[in-house]
Write a protein that binds this ligand. Structure first.
Ligand SMILES: Nc1ncnc2c1ncn2[C@@H]1O[C@H](COP(=O)(O)OP(=O)(O)O)[C@@H](O)[C@H]1O
Ligand SMILES: [Mg+2]
Length: 360
């Protein structure tokens, strides 16, 4: 498996400064992990040499942009990539005028390509294009379909206008599984000589929640945050410090108190967490993930000590499946309020009071 982006020279300084997400961005479809069905379809397209207009949709950091690039490279070939590929992402101006001028110009341009191969326009984060610009795009897609095909990447396919959706093959990308992210992290850690504990890796998986870009970035920033000495080691505490998200062990403890109906203790811990500066959204998201992963968490897949775990006992840490579902429901309701803008400690207290009452 060729993992690294090809350095121009082994000694090229720039490759050392590259963020690891770029350095280890897959160059061929075979190296993109997860979403096997979508990747197989893309591989088949690469083999057939005939690319339909495409929409790749799904959450961030799971390989949509990477896959499109791999496909384009496979179809067009490295040497013609510069001439036959136009990429516009959200930071580029992509209003109606640009669609009419730049994309149209590119679509009209003559490039010598093998028979059957078309030029490709990549529109990254296409869901941020205005409906007007999308309408203009639709016309161009139609008129130049003999010579130019489009690949759109987006988080929400519903933000792409219907007429474009119906002209495209839609491929849905799901979040990556923890095993898939883990495997890649280990490979990268080895290449970069990063030492880690298994709790450290678990912490990376927990905070990334299926987002490979975030997992790799967090690995690198945690590593860079550590002093360069013999003890340098990626641990769970190190990861949560860098990710700046509440330590799940602390949230665990709060839930443990709720489990045995000790509201005062739960509220005290919660207040401490809140006053250390975490936003209500961060806290509630961690609540959700901790409860969702409760079984995994308790069966040795832990995230490290997280400092103080005093006052916790084993009966606090066992939750029945039914109770877990009730908890998730309440967390969901509070999440909604918090997202709507009521980000106060009172809301969070309301949540733990509800959790305390469950099973009373
Ligand atoms: N499925 C994957 N396999 C391998 N690496 C991945 C995968 N998804 C994301 N990455 C890593 O994360 C980075 C960002 O991925 P990208 O394709 O830009 O995500 P998206 O477009 O879905 O937001 C890549 O450079 C790569 O290092
Ligand atoms: Mg992308």
């Amino acid at each position: 498996m060729s993992l690294e982006t090809k350095p121009k020279k082994e000694t090229d300084v720039d490759t050392y400064k590259l963020p690891w997400v770029e350095k280890y961005r897959p160059r061929v479809l075979d190296d993109v992990v997860g979403n096997n069905e979508a990747i197989e379809r893309l591989t088949a397209i690469a083999k057939s040499g005939n690319m339909p207009n495409l929409i790749l949709t799904g959450s961030p950091g799971i390989g949509k942009t990477t896959s499109i690039h791999c496909l384009a490279r496979a179809l067009i070939g490295e040497s013609q990539l510069k001439n036959a590929l136009l990429e516009l992402n959200a930071s580029d101006e992509r209003g109606i005028d640009v669609v009419r001028s730049r994309i149209k110009q590119f679509a009209m341009k003559k490039v010598s390509l093998p028979a059957g191969i078309t030029k490709i326009v990549i529109l990254d984060e296409a869901d941020s294009m205005t409906p007007g610009a999308q309408q203009a795009l639709r016309r161009i897609m139609e008129i130049y379909s003999n010579t130019t095909r489009f690949a759109l990447a987006c988080n929400l396919s519903s933000k792409i206008i219907e007429p474009i959706q119906s002209r495209c093959a839609i491929m849905r990308f799901g979040k990556l599984r923890d095993e898939e992210v883990l495997k890649r992290l280990i490979v990268i850690a080895k290449k970069e000589n990063v030492k880690y504990t298994s709790e450290g890796l678990n912490a990376l998986l927990f905070s990334a929640d299926g987002d490979m870009r975030q997992a790799i970035n967090n690995l690198q920033s945690t590593w860079l945050s550590l002093p360069d000495d013999r003890d340098r080691l990626v641990t769970a505490d190190g990861v949560f410090k860098v990710c700046d998200s509440p330590h799940p062990q602390v949230v665990m403890k709060i839930i443990g108190f709720c489990n045995v109906h000790q509201f005062d203790d739960a509220a005290k811990e919660l207040k401490m967490l809140y006053s250390s500066g975490y936003s209500a959204i961060d806290i509630i998201t961690t609540f959700f993930r901790v409860v969702r992963d409760f079984g995994v968490f308790n069966n040795g897949g832990g995230y490290g000590a997280g400092g103080d775990n005093s006052g916790a006992n084993s009966s606090m840490m066992t939750i029945s499946e039914g109770k877990k579902l009730d908890y998730l429901r309440e967390i969901g309701i509070t999440h909604m309020r918090v997202v709507e803008g009521v980000q106060t400690l009172i809301q969070l207290n309301g949540l733990i009071s509800k959790l305390c009452k469950i099973g009373m």
